[in-house]
Design a binder for this molecule. Structure first.
Ligand SMILES: [Ca+2]
Length: 98
């Protein structure tokens, strides 16, 4: 993953970069999200499976308007980030015990 400060920058700039091409430049469509996940090495979004991506998109799109706005995007990214950190902590603890 990235260092903490650049993580926030990366999350913001990638979102804007990938949201820009079609439709509303401040929201991500399913295709834009797919592109983002394919091109950006998102450690926390491990699956690139199209079916899984649709599920992730639907989870992201809390108000179901088929667009993911920045708030919807950050809420799941933060959640995934914490889950990722949590898994890492558990692994570290297990390694220490061995
Ligand atoms: Ca939405």
């Amino acid at each position: 993953l990235w260092a903490q400060k650049s993580a926030i920058e990366t999350i913001t700039t990638t979102f804007l970069e990938y949201a820009a091409p079609s439709g509303d430049p401040t929201t991500l469509s399913l295709d834009e999200l797919k592109k983002l996940v394919q091109e950006v090495d998102f450690v926390i979004l491990q699956s690139k499976d199209p079916k899984e991506m649709k599920k992730i998109f639907e989870e992201l799109d809390e108000d179901s308007n088929k667009e993911v706005n920045f708030l919807e995007y950050t809420s799941i990214i933060m959640r995934l980030f914490f889950v990722y950190m949590f898994k890492n902590m558990i692994e570290l603890q297990q390694q220490r015990r061995q």
